[in-house]
Unconditional design. Structure first.
Length: 199
């Protein structure tokens, strides 16, 4: 699903019936970014996927967390695209704001309690689509743990030659940046994710 639909984000209460059904099924929900409403004013004529998609992914995940969707519908397995987008860089800042302004942010003191985004992120899944090497995948592994990372190519949005370039980047940089074999890791993680979806 897209990060927003004409400005309606995934944490909007109107989405709750969908989340309730997916939760009942133990579904796997894969998110993909789109541009935020009004993004034409901030892209300065450049391609939206270069920056805007990463920020809209981050906006959508923070919205899901702060609105309590992850906690209220715990059986959904969420896959966050593009190595977590900007989340690894801003998780501590968002967590600080949740601690300071929790009730004002959530509108419900009991729903999130003391939990902050830093505690929620390790329960999500993350694909490696985009350009995660050599820096972003390392930051993601620090925040979410390597056991939550799966492979993603972003095909058909990313042309074949660029997908091959991304794979070459993973082959070249993963061992030093994260450690181990990324193919073995993401294969094992994908099996675990798909098994959870069958339970």
């Amino acid at each position: 699903m897209k990060t927003n639909a004409h400005g309606v984000y995934l944490g909007d209460p109107r989405m709750d019936p969908l989340w309730a059904e997916l939760d009942a099924r133990g579904a796997i929900a894969v998110i993909h970014p789109t541009a935020a409403p009004g993004a034409d004013a901030t892209v300065f004529g450049r391609p939206s996927p270069m920056l805007e998609y990463l920020f809209d992914t981050t906006r959508a995940i923070v919205d899901l967390a702060v609105s309590g969707v992850f906690e209220r519908f715990p059986r959904i397995e969420w896959v966050v695209p593009h190595a977590g987008a900007v989340l690894p860089a801003v998780v501590d800042r968002v967590s600080l704001f949740q601690q300071i302004f929790g009730p004002a942010l959530t509108g419900d003191r009991e729903r999130l309690g003391e939990r902050v985004l830093a505690e929620i992120l390790p329960g999500l899944w993350y694909d490696l689509a985009g350009t995660p090497m050599p820096r972003q995948a390392r930051a993601l592994a620090d925040v979410a743990g390597p056991e939550r990372i799966v492979y993603g190519s972003d095909w058909c949005f990313t042309p074949g030659p660029l997908v091959a370039q991304q794979i070459a980047g993973l082959d070249a940089h993963w061992p030093a940046a994260v450690g181990g074999d990324w193919r073995e890791l993401t294969t094992a993680n994908a099996r675990e994710l798909l098994e959870r979806g069958r339970r």
